[in-house]
Design a protein around this ligand. Structure first.
Ligand SMILES: Nc1ncnc2c1ncn2[C@@H]1O[C@H](COP(=O)(O)OP(=O)(O)OP(=O)(O)O)[C@@H](O)[C@H]1O
Ligand SMILES: [Mg+2]
Length: 400
């Protein structure tokens, strides 16, 4: 079929032709946005799930909806080896300037900028001349103690007050939250808590890998009352069929049931893989539509591509010791396993392997769904390892 008309969109954060199976969570976010706008309080929402399930796409949709409701919105992405201040300051500055752009100059916004200026005096931000461009004096005694928790709290409170006075709510969207260092995450939670207590019109939407559950809980014990976690999972069989069938039919073509069956069997309903298979199948198909033969060809091509790109780049980021750990985890087969079993395969104790496992968690490669358990964050990663390292296929059943 005409590749120029191919509706599928595989890629990180690439909007799908049809956002399938996420209605209830979007309805919920609409309620949050509306309530915050009306000055009511609501818990911040954290989207948690494996790689490629559609967290970023959802954050983008939330951003779109927030803009529609006249929010001032910033969407940022945490990165490994980056501090919260580095991540947050440019975004908060843009938010303040946006509030400032309303005709009337609002005292609270000016004050917010002065507090930001104070905050900046306590941190070093690499390769940035934000201090110079603010062109405003610092607010003495606010956000300048040098203690991140208390300074960030001052800053977010000032921002919340500015937004209230300007009559424009703020939505801050933070992707890849699992990369924040623990103390930074604690400071963020503490600050959000202060903002929520004052019922200021400021809301955070976050997204991250499943390690975020425990990271948030460990950072602050009261965090669960401040956040609502929403688990973003793979799609059901019928939703997966819809991901493929919907856009194909929309373009006036068709896909057979057995082709859909093959695609679901291979992708297990993971959104990124569904887009990838749909994209391949579309380009391979003759003009009369996608049948089982085309779907099988798509499987071959998609796996080849994933093995050389998607899985490979992740595998190349780890050290030999980490690779050995991943290899053992892959050998145990799909799903969740005991870390003790991984250790046993390697011939070491779980204690000895602790640092390796922790490094892999920090890199976002694996996570621990429950104490003593371990699993890959990238769906189907075990299959990739077995294919490329020619490991024997395990018949052992996954624990979940
Ligand atoms: N609900 C959905 N319906 C159809 N396609 C979707 C859906 N959600 C996501 N996708 C597709 O899946 C792919 C991955 O989405 P996205 O980048 O948002 O995932 P992610 O969870 O942020 O992954 P990562 O953890 O790697 O950042 C994109 O190509 C997107 O178009
Ligand atoms: Mg993402």
């Amino acid at each position: 079929m005409d590749p120029n008309a191919n509706p599928f969109n595989p890629g990180a954060g690439s909007p799908p032709p049809e956002l399938v199976g996420r209605d209830s969570i979007l309805t919920h976010t609409d309620v949050i946005l509306e309530r915050i706008k009306r000055g009511r309080s609501e818990r911040s929402l954290l989207l948690v799930g494996l790689r490629g399930v559609g967290k970023t796409v959802l954050l983008r949709e939330i951003r779109r909806r927030a803009l529609e409701k006249n929010y001032a919105v910033e969407m940022i992405e945490a990165q490994e080896e980056q501090t919260l201040s580095q991540l947050l300051v440019p975004a908060l500055r843009r938010l303040l300037l946006e509030l400032d752009s309303t005709k009337k100059t609002i005292a609270a916004v000016k004050r917010g900028l002065r507090v930001l200026r104070s905050f900046l005096s306590t941190i070093k931000i690499k390769s940035s001349n934000i201090e110079l461009t603010l062109g405003i004096d610092a607010e003495e005694g606010r956000a300048d103690s040098g203690d991140l928790e208390s300074d960030l709290k001052d800053l977010l409170l000032a921002l919340g007050e500015a937004s209230k006075e300007a009559g424009r709510p703020i939505a801050l969207l933070v992707d890849e939250l699992q990369y924040l260092p623990r103390s930074d995450l604690a400071a963020l939670i503490r600050s959000l808590h202060a903002v929520a207590q004052e019922s200021l019109p400021f809301v955070l939407f976050g997204a991250g890998l499943p390690q975020l559950f425990s990271q948030v809980g460990e950072a602050k014990s009261y965090a669960e009352r401040l956040f609502r976690f929403s688990e973003i999972d793979r799609l059901s069989h019928s939703e997966s069929d819809e991901v493929v069938r919907g856009p194909v039919e929309q373009e006036g073509s068709s896909v057979t049931d057995d082709a859909l069956e093959e695609i679901y069997k291979q992708t297990r309903g993971y959104p990124y893989f569904l887009q990838e298979w749909g994209y391949r199948a579309w380009n391979l198909a003759p003009s009369d539509g996608i049948d089982i033969k085309v779907a099988r060809q798509a499987t071959r091509l998609a796996l080849e591509e994933l093995d050389h790109q998607f899985f490979r780049v992740r595998f190349d980021r780890v050290t030999p010791a980490e690779r050995e750990y991943m290899r053992a985890l892959a050998e145990l087969g799909e799903g969740i396993h005991r870390s003790a079993e991984v250790a046993e395969l390697i011939g070491k104790t779980t204690y000895q392997l602790g640092p390796v496992r922790d490094a892999l968690v920090r890199k976002g490669m694996v996570y621990s769904p429950a104490h003593g358990d371990i699993a890959f964050t990238v769906p189907l990663f075990d299959q990739f390892m077995r294919r490329t390292l020619k490991l024997p296929a395990k018949t052992k059943r996954p624990r979940r």
